[in-house]
Design a protein around this ligand. Structure first.
Ligand code: GLA
Length: 364
């Protein structure tokens, strides 16, 4: 059989953090960096997979089950399992993976891998599934095979991304609406500052935030915090535990900030968007408590040096900060961040200018 190449990108989230599993709103973009799976399908009972980042080959039985495969190949095995569990036929064969999406840096390298593998496997059998269902299958791989209790934002961003567009996602309605996002046209650089402090979501902090939100919703007698979005933060007075109440406040206020950023994008008002970034950063720092001193230093330094706004992006506890920088101050902002981080004794960051890229696609 002839080979298939399928690509899926990493993502950054512009705003709306930890809102996905609370059935709220988020606004991610796909990144230009992608994971490419080259797959030669064959009617054999296993998939043999290699990665350009790892030594050796991992053999995944097509009837794999959670617990069989750990490490990076667990994401591949998870997709094989989730697709098969959804009732679809899986071919074996050989897969090789090449990626320029940095792992463990908060840009959703795992979703890029899941979605590229899913695209390759479904293309091999000519299976067409809509993108929300694909996202659900990829999320299942991550939740139930790998064991990371994440939401669906990363997969939807990887699958639905478009150049010069952000994706307004409503996780209750499961709708994805592209909205124009082109800071370049306003002489603004979107800086991606990778702290190079690794993070991971199978760890306890992500799960504990999720539990707090679920407890808060239970106290309020609703299935998800989305149901009290319109009532506003005063509704949270009925949440028993003050920490849970603060966590929930972050969710409601960040949801509103997503809507406000979408409205500001219609006017290309990047000054307003910058202010909303800063408010989100403060909310993640003070209410949701998912930033670190290192991340706060990067965000504060960016704003102090002239950024319109800066915030951590992704699940938290390390990873990346994004900043909106007027073009003529971008180099100065980057230098200020490098100096501040060095003076505090942290790893040197990598700082790049980025833009919204293409979502998952079959490569010809
Ligand atoms: C990680 C998860 C997403 C989402 C973000 C936080 O990236 O994979 O589902 O919860 O954290 O917004």
């Amino acid at each position: 059989m002839s080979g298939i190449r399928y690509a899926a990108p990493g993502r950054i989230n512009l705003i709306g953090e930890h809102t996905d599993y609370n059935l709220g709103f988020a606004l991610p973009i796909a990144l230009p960096e992608r994971t490419v799976v080259s797959y030669v399908p064959d009617d054999v009972p296993e998939v043999a997979v290699r990665s350009d980042k790892e030594d050796g080959e991992v053999r995944i039985p097509v009837d794999t089950a959670p617990g069989d495969v750990a490490g990076w190949a667990g994401y591949v095995a998870g997709v094989v399992w989730a697709l098969r569990s959804a009732g679809h036929r899986i071919l074996g064969g050989t897969m090789s993976i090449a990626s320029d999406v940095e792992m463990g840096s908060g840009v959703a390298s795992s979703a890029a891998l899941e979605c590229a593998v899913l695209g390759a496997l479904t293309s091999a059998i000519g299976l067409r599934i809509d993108r929300t269902e694909l996202a659900r299958i990829a999320q299942r791989a991550e939740n139930d095979y790998v064991g990371a209790p994440t939401g669906m934002m990363d997969q939807l961003a990887a699958l639905c991304g478009q150049p010069r567009m952000a994706l307004m996602i409503d996780f209750r309605e499961l709708t994805v609406r592209p909205v124009a996002f082109d800071p370049d046209a306003s002489d603004i650089a979107l800086l991606l500052i990778n702290s190079r402090a690794p993070h991971q979501h199978a760890g306890g902090e992500y799960a504990s935030r999720r539990s707090s939100c679920e407890r808060a919703a239970a106290d309020l007698g609703v299935p998800s915090l989305r149901e009290v979005q319109d009532a506003g933060v005063t509704a949270l007075a009925a949440v028993a535990d003050p920490v849970d109440a603060r966590r929930a406040r972050h969710i409601l206020t960040d949801n509103q900030r997503v809507l406000d950023v979408v409205a500001a994008l219609e006017e290309s008002d990047f000054t307003a968007i910058g202010r909303l970034f800063n408010a989100s950063q403060a909310s993640m720092r003070d209410d949701f408590e998912i930033t670190t001193d290192h991340i706060d230093l990067i965000a504060d330094t960016a704003v102090g040096a002239g950024a319109l706004g800066a915030r951590m992006t992704g699940g938290g506890f390390g990873g990346c900060v994004i900043a909106l920088a007027p073009l003529d101050t971008a180099a100065h902002i980057a230098d200020a961040i490098r100096d501040a981080v060095a003076a505090a004794g942290y790893n040197a960051p990598t700082i790049t200018r980025t833009r919204a890229g293409q979502g998952a696609e079959l490569l010809r």
